[in-house]
Ligand binder design. Structure first.
Ligand code: CAA
Length: 283
């Protein structure tokens, strides 16, 4: 396989997962984050994931070293200038994404594809702040990225067929199944998943059942691999809230109103696994 260069923006759990997957499939990866500590944590987490694979006897030590040798870490956005594609996985805040895409549009050569891993923000709106709306696209990975086979490929109103084909092909090269989706709030994945999670939180809020019981119902009764509350903790409750707000605002329909308990947990800093507490306790 020809090694190609990809920059991943954001070293949070999605960014790291995307970077890890790219490395495993032969790509050279530049991992960017605005915070030095976040980049260091991202690199350490990826290295740990590779060490675990060595420990399980899946890969040789040399393979791990070869994968890590293709990883560069940076806090300078200009490092993206040599990449053929940039995959942005920054927090789900519109202003953050618009500022990043404006900057990337200035930094990267005109042929570079700018993809966003956004879980619900409009690709069309992100594309509109650049001078390359035809080369802006959604590339939405699922968490945990190295394990989940889906990539939702979202076409903004002005995304070209060529950009779509290249990104769908990249997903296939990463061992994933691309699914084509148009640009409406929450796309398909979160339009269906997030109202279920929000409703599970309403069930806690209204005292219908304990979190453990709610998750048991969906695991044992519906064969879900994990319950909606454990899944919310995995995704991050701040991200869940941001997605519900995007659905609520985008469709203007009260059925998407975020549960007040979700909002309160986020205000308290209970963000799920990443903060050590959400609907369940971690560590
Ligand atoms: N990172 C990397 N690998 C992980 C992982 C993680 N966070 N968690 C588990 N894995 C790997 C394990 O190492 C293991 O790999 P091997 O089989 O190669 O050893 C494999 O996944 C299975 O793990 P476990 O046996 O520990 O646990 P499990 O069988 O219960 O699977 C799970 C864990 C894959 C997370 C499973 O519970 C699951 O599929 N849950 C649902 C996940 C889901 O719905 N994700 C989508 C979220 S929505 C989203 O991401 C989009 C959005 O915009 C919000």
């Amino acid at each position: 396989m020809t090694v190609r260069a990809v920059t991943v923006i954001g070293a949070g759990q999605m960014g790291r997962g995307i970077a890890q997957t790219l490395l495993q499939y032969g790509f050279a990866v530049t991992l960017y984050d605005i915070h030095e500590a976040a980049v260091a944590r991202g690199v350490a987490t990826i290295a740990e994931a590779f060490r675990r694979q060595v420990g399980k006897g899946r890969i040789a030590e040399e393979q791990k070293e070869e994968w890590l040798a293709r990883l560069a870490a940076t806090t300078e956005l200009t490092a993206a200038e040599d990449s053929e594609i940039v995959i942005e996985a920054a927090p789900e805040q519109l202003e953050t994404k618009l500022a990043l895409f404006q900057a990337l549009d200035r930094i990267c050569p005109s042929q570079t594809i700018l993809a966003s891993n956004t879980s619900s923000i409009s690709i069309t709106a992100i594309a509109a702040v650049t001078d390359r709306a035809d080369r802006v696209i959604g590339m939405h990975f699922m968490n945990p990225v190295p394990v989940m086979p889906l990539v939702e490929v979202i076409r903004g109103l002005r995304t070209s067929d060529d950009t779509f084909a290249k990104v769908a092909d990249l997903a296939v090269q990463l061992g994933k199944a691309p699914v084509e989706v148009r640009d409406y709030p929450g796309f398909v994945s979160n339009r269906l998943l997030m109202p279920m999670i929000n409703e599970a939180i309403y069930a806690v809020y209204e005292g219908v059942a304990e979190p453990e019981a709610i998750d048991q119902v969906m695991k044992l009764g519906m064969n879900h691999p994990m319950g909606p509350l454990a899944l919310a903790d995995l995704i991050g409750l701040d991200t869940c809230l941001a997605i519900m707000e995007t659905l609520h605002e985008g469709f203007g329909d009260s059925k998407y109103r975020p549960c007040p308990l979700l909002r309160q947990y986020v205000q308290a800093g209970w963000l799920g696994r990443k903060s050590g507490k959400g609907f369940f306790q971690y560590e």
